[in-house]
Design a protein around this ligand. Structure first.
Ligand SMILES: CC(C)(COP(=O)(O)OP(=O)(O)OC[C@H]1O[C@@H](n2cnc3c(N)ncnc32)[C@H](O)[C@@H]1OP(=O)(O)O)[C@@H](O)C(=O)NCCC(=O)NCCS
Length: 157
């Protein structure tokens, strides 16, 4: 399959069923609540309304993932989840995954990408703002553990 995004080191492609173990392991390592199950990942891998992306680099096959949801007629793609392997952070994996997400949104003619983030997730917020995302909403008790969220959006024109 053609890579969706390539930088000097990081390559992003659509996830395949053989990525399932890595996807679930990273999910479990990364998130304490609102985790996606193996069955949910399996369904998203097979769905037209979801796109699961995987980042890799040279000898490292699985550096991170992003999960996108599309809704018929909505024109807005949602970045539901993004994570990079803890030992690979700060090296551009997250940026490559977001670039590829924006490209995938444009390819499906979406006008904007939206995401929610915990209000205390300083690293992710810094990254989103650095990449041009604008805060458009605030939601109290948004997550399963009661944490608040901010919603961000970027136009994909
Ligand atoms: C948010 C996350 C996906 C970012 O991934 P990443 O691979 O570190 O992304 P990048 O390397 O492209 O950018 C990270 C930012 O942190 C900075 N950074 C530098 N050194 C770093 C380090 N050792 N660790 C983390 N970030 C570092 C980078 O410079 C960059 O900031 P900038 O955009 O201002 O330059 C990652 O931190 C993660 O998986 N967090 C846990 C899951 C999460 O919170 N997901 C988001 C909500 S769903």
């Amino acid at each position: 399959m053609q890579p969706l995004h390539t930088t000097a080191a990081v390559r992003v492609r659509r996830a395949e069923i053989s990525d399932l173990d890595d996807l679930v392991a990273l999910e479990d390592r990364t998130f304490d609540s609102d985790r996606m199950s193996r069955d949910q990942y399996r369904r998203h891998l097979d769905s037209d309304s979801a796109l699961v992306l995987v980042a890799s680099a040279n000898h490292r096959n699985f550096l991170g993932t992003a999960v996108l949801f599309f809704r018929k007629g909505s024109g807005v793609v949602r970045l539901y989840s993004i994570a990079s392997q803890p030992e690979a952070r700060g090296k551009g994996v997250g940026t490559a995954l977001i670039d590829a997400s924006e490209l995938a949104g444009r390819q499906r003619r979406c006008r904007a990408l939206r995401l929610e983030v915990r209000t205390d997730n300083v690293v992710a917020i810094k990254l989103y703002e650095h990449l041009g995302y604008r805060r458009i909403g605030s939601y109290a008790h948004y997550y399963q553990d009661g944490a608040d969220a901010w919603r961000y959006e970027k136009a994909l024109a």
